[in-house]
Design a protein around this ligand. Structure first.
Ligand code: FAD
Length: 489
């Protein structure tokens, strides 16, 4: 038979569930990526994610061709479409005369609605739709409590997840041996566009040395991380000035690396024991957090808009012109709190933010500025290269205390002590807030407390070179405790 593989968040060849299944089931297999106007049209014309996808597709196209050629099937390039998936997919499937469309499932509610509509449109023309688990190790219903309920706390979830794990879940779906079923892209079918302009976008300023794209980029980052850094991950991961984490989140987001591959690497190091096992074990936990938040979203899709714990929707957040000005200062990295500002500028400049800093700035937005966590969540969704609805929503609700296994509301990060603890020498702050660079280490975390002699020596004038703090942390903390009191009653 003939099959079409629809690629979305799985832009790689190796260890690919849908492609593996299609190549085994059919004798002629095409692959398509749809630049979906429903997702792309509302975005600004410079978007790092769109560039990341486009570059990753170029790499994928080259690998598809090479695999076809190695099996005597030349011309097996990727087909692309620019339009609405609901129209493009059935049209292409009919044109190619396929019996079935194969795809890796996406747990996000909007993706599920889209897939249901596409599957229905295909069904009416007699084409089957097969979806596979590929993004996570376990899906929602696969890890439940003894009473058959979803887990709401991470540690017991993680224990159950580890208990359920067998080598089967980590097994790769190989593609390399099945290239003889790849079919050539028909003449006249559009492939991967040569320029971003062809899909209406402009170069985004993505720094390819820092963020290499595509499957080869993921391999390079992974090799770098496995070469020793993973062993020290537990100790290094909390310090934003240190190259501690893997920087693979965007690759997991777009599937340029397989989650099974990463867990195989982590698992092997945990099982081998020795000095590196502790680092690998903590990193494995982070990958399990990813599954955890995905299952929260699957079981409770309402968290997309509402607090996981409904009593937290009773909270009244600040609104009005002052709140809007505070929000703008937060987005722009001009709150007067150096670590918060450095983090927000890192996000704007690179599309990445260190995990410790995501927690700090999210706490600052909700508990120092008193703003609705959904405003911060939406800003992150627009800015983060690795934006993932489940992880982002989980992270924000964690910081706002409204989520599954969240930070208790009375535990409020102090942005100055977080700075002293996790960026002690101000190295990260100096990189992103250069106007503070000349202040001594002791003064950089709270410039408004710096001695006049230190300010003068640095040629620094508070309020002129860098903003005064837009809120007082102690006062904000007291207001937050009052604001959150409604969750008790
Ligand atoms: P590493 O430290 O190398 O971790 C490896 C992988 O584990 C990550 O790539 C990621 O896939 C997963 N992971 C790590 N921490 C978490 C976590 N807390 N929850 C879920 N998965 C995790 N992560 C995203 O991928 N997309 C988001 O949109 C996102 N938004 C966040 C918002 C907030 C407010 C917070 C507090 C966290 C958010 N995270 C998000 C989680 C985490 O900050 C990033 O995954 C991490 O910083 C990415 O860097 P890394 O790849 O170097 O991570």
């Amino acid at each position: 038979g003939r099959a079409l593989v629809w690629l979305r968040r799985d832009l790689r060849l190796p260890d690919h569930a849908a492609l593996h299944q299609a190549l085994r089931a059919a004798r002629e297999v095409w692959s398509v990526f749809v630049f979906d106007r429903e997702i792309l049209d509302p975005l600004p014309r410079r978007d790092r994610r769109v560039e990341f996808i486009w570059r990753s597709l170029q790499a994928l196209d080259a690998e598809l061709r090479a695999l076809g050629e190695a099996h005597g099937r030349p011309g097996a390039g990727l087909i692309t479409r620019h339009g609405r998936a609901l129209e493009e997919l059935p049209r292409l499937a009919l044109q190619l005369g396929v019996d079935a469309v194969f795809t890796n499932l996406d747990p996000e509610p909007a993706a599920q609605r889209r897939d249901a509509a596409v599957a229905e449109a295909l069904r009416t023309v007699g084409i089957a739709f097969h979806g596979f688990k590929d993004q996570s190790i376990f899906e929602g219903p696969e890890v439940l409590t003894g009473a058959g309920k979803p887990y709401g706390v991470f540690t017991p979830y993680k224990n159950a997840w580890l208990k359920a794990l067998t080598p089967y879940q980590l097994k790769a779906y190989p593609v390399e041996a099945h290239g003889d079923a790849l079919a050539a892209r028909p003449a006249g079918e559009p492939g991967v566009p040569d320029t971003l302009a062809a899909i209406g976008f402009e170069p985004s300023g993505l720094d390819l040395r820092v963020l290499p794209t595509g499957r080869p980029g993921a391999e390079a980052l992974l090799a770098d991380f496995l070469d020793g850094r993973i062993d020290r991950y537990d100790a290094a991961r909390d310090f934003p000035a240190v190259k501690g984490p893997s920087y693979l989140s965007v690759h997991l987001r777009f599937g340029t690396v397989s989650i099974r591959r990463l867990l195989r690497e982590a698992q092997a190091r945990v099982e081998a024991g020795g000095p590196g096992a502790a680092g690998a074990e903590v990193w494995r936990s982070e990958l399990i957090w990813r599954d955890f938040y995905m299952q929260v979203l699957q079981h409770h899709p309402r968290v997309e808009r509402a607090a996981f714990r409904p009593e937290y929707d009773r909270i009244t957040w600040d609104e009005g012109p002052e709140a809007d000005a505070h929000f703008e200062a937060w987005c722009a990295g001009r709150t007067g709190y150096p670590l918060v500002d450095a983090a927000m500028r890192q996000l704007a400049q690179t599309g990445y933010m260190h995990n410790r800093l995501r927690m700090v700035v999210a706490s600052f937005l909700t508990k120092d500025l008193g703003l609705d966590w959904r405003r911060g969540e939406a800003w992150f969704a627009l800015q983060l290269n690795d934006f993932d609805l489940a992880a982002n929503n989980g992270g924000w609700q964690w910081a706002a205390s409204s989520g599954c296994d969240a930070q208790p509301y009375f535990r409020i990060f102090n942005p100055v002590s977080q700075s002293e603890k996790f960026d002690p020498a101000g190295k990260f702050i100096r990189r992103y807030v250069p106007e503070l660079a000349a202040l001594p280490d002791g003064a950089i975390h709270a410039p408004w407390l710096a001695r006049p002699v230190d300010q003068a020596a640095a040629g620094f004038v508070l309020g002129r070179d860098y903003p005064r703090p837009i809120v007082d942390h102690a006062e904000a903390r007291a207001r937050t405790l009052e604001r959150y009191a409604v969750v008790k009653g």
